[in-house]
Ligand binder design. Structure first.
Ligand SMILES: *Cc1c(COP(=O)(O)O)cnc(C)c1O
Ligand SMILES: [Zn+2]
Length: 501
């Protein structure tokens, strides 16, 4: 649609201009720091930062109804920079000019209603938000689009020269970082650090394919993270972990997308997300709070954070009674099929603690809950979902298992509608499906295969059949007819097919 076909009240706001006054704000000492240099922790006290727009209140000059129209009309535009997370430019990175925006197809992932059979099993109406349908097949792309658009802006405006981006990862962050960095070649080079043998072959193939320098480190993610932190303190590198507040900012788009997809009606919604490093749940809370503050949504949805019992430091924190005795203690993780969330010392914990409090306070009631689930339930729910037409990854299974726990514990109303985050594509974690189907899970996972969820390929080679085709060795006409008849007969017998009359 041409711009002058849009309503006159919307037209001036349709294409966002750079604006706002963004700063890093420290969650420890509240100090504010300029954004012209790349900061990850507060230079004064070492705490993590969040980005804040000091002129955020200017957005209140437009009422909620007009905002909703602006965003809905923006959906019709064909401008690439506004097709991804920057449809919400004013809320995400208002200082970034549209020509610095890096758009690789991220965000606005499909919201797919669970099949009737699956909803019946789950006992609640729910949708999967398929974040595996992002360009690098996980939700991390939203944060990466934000971080790399900002770095691109710094490069374009001559504020930085060449950039070496670096991150530690449970797999998906490195896949996203390497992809977006490769797009900005030659200005950005990327290096990623992975825990040796703790990411799936698919995840390892991603940064390799994008041409990043890939380093495998002994230990788990938390150990890699320490190395990356040491590097970023001593050398001039751009850290792309979720310590980087630009990452968190971009991931807020997840909330805005849900608000828009459900016509901004959030009072009866439950948003379920897995927690690893806790960047995602931070962004989700912050996003809903911002839309609520501007009046784009009129209530805050319930948020359920989910952790595996094998990596549950956030759950353990909130399990303690509220008050000064409540203390955060990192845990030593055990192997988890929700491998991207296998984190014992989440970087964003201070952000979570502050935001949960603000969220509940703003809502006037407890609207954020953290639950834990077993590895068995994660696998069973993932496989059940996928047997009913979905493409959930293990973390999607974790979210769905968490929704079950929340229902059982009475934390959520079964008349509400849930949006369950499948944070990556099923294919990234198909190795766990293989282990389940082959009954080969190592004991420490505590996963037993349920026969009704197991599936195997069946090799069809009828015993009496001597000749079968092979690559480059076709059969002669007669032998081929015998082959086709024998094989189709065996398949028909196995399936119990009835002959056409
Ligand atoms: C990173 C990741 C998570 C965990 O998200 P956090 O922001 O670290 O809490 C969950 N699932 C997948 C697939 C991920 O890549
Ligand atoms: Zn500080």
């Amino acid at each position: 649609m041409n711009i002058d076909q849009f309503p006159e009240t919307i037209r001036p706001h349709l294409i966002p201009e750079p604006g706002g006054d963004m700063i890093y704000r420290c969650l420890g000492c509240q100090a504010e720091h300029g954004i012209t240099s790349l900061l990850y922790t507060c230079p004064d006290c070492g705490q993590v930062l969040l980005l804040h727009d000091r002129q955020f209140d200017r957005l209140k000059a437009i009422d909620g109804d007009t905002w909703r129209q602006i965003l809905d009309y923006r959906r019709m535009l064909k401008i690439p920079a506004l097709k991804g997370i920057y449809r919400y430019h004013e809320f995400l990175g208002p200082v970034i000019p549209l020509d610095a925006v890096v758009y690789l197809g991220e965000g606005h992932t499909p919201v797919v209603e669970a099949s009737p059979v699956l909803q019946e099993k789950a006992g609640i109406r729910f949708f999967f938000k398929n974040d595996g349908q992002n360009p690098s097949a996980s939700f991390k792309d939203r944060g990466m689009a934000s971080a790399l658009s900002y770095i691109n802006f710094l490069i374009q405006s001559g504020q930085v020269g060449e950039v070496l981006s670096i991150c530690a990862s449970t797999g998906d962050t490195s896949a996203a970082a390497a992809l977006y960095a490769a797009y900005l070649k030659p200005h950005i080079k990327s290096a990623v650090l992975l825990p040796h043998k703790k990411v799936t072959p698919q995840q390892l193939s991603q940064p390799l394919g994008s041409g990043a320098d890939v380093f495998e480190i002994p230990g788990v993610f938390d150990d890699c993270m320490k190395v990356v932190e040491a590097l970023s303190e001593r050398y001039n590198v751009a850290l792309l972990n979720s310590k980087n507040a630009w990452r968190i900012l971009g991931q807020e788009s997840y909330s805005y997308e849900i608000a828009q997809d459900f016509d901004y009606a959030m009072s009866d919604k439950i948003v379920v997300v897995p927690i690893g490093n806790a960047g995602n749940i931070t962004a989700v809370m912050n996003g809903f709070l911002k839309f609520f503050e501007i009046g784009i949504i009129d209530s805050l949805p319930v948020i359920i954070g989910v952790q595996s019992i094998h990596a549950n430091p956030v759950y353990r924190y909130y399990r303690q009674p509220e008050g000064p005795s409540r203390q955060f203690k990192p845990v030593t993780v055990k192997p988890s099929v929700a491998q991207a969330a296998m984190i014992g010392n989440p970087v964003s914990m201070p952000r979570v603690i502050q935001l949960v409090e603000r969220y509940n306070q703003t809502a006037g009631q407890q609207r954020v809950h953290v639950v834990e689930v077993t590895e068995q339930d994660i696998m069973d729910w993932q496989l059940t979902a996928n047997r009913n037409g979905h493409i959930a990854c293990t973390h999607g299974g974790e979210s769905l298992a968490g929704l079950q726990v929340a229902l059982t514990r009475g934390l959520v109303d079964s008349n509400a509608t849930a949006i369950v985050d499948s944070t990556a594509h099923a294919l990234k974690f198909s190795g766990f499906q293989d282990m389940y189907f082959q009954g080969s899970f190592p004991d420490e996972f505590n996963v037993r295969s349920k026969p009704e969820l197991v599936n195997h390929p069946q090799y069809v080679h009828p015993k009496h059949l001597e000749k079968v085709p092979a690559p480059g060795k076709p059969l002669d006409e007669d032998a081929f007819r015998i082959f086709v008849n024998a094989v189709s007969q065996e398949i028909a017998d196995t399936l119990g097919l009835k002959k056409k009359t």
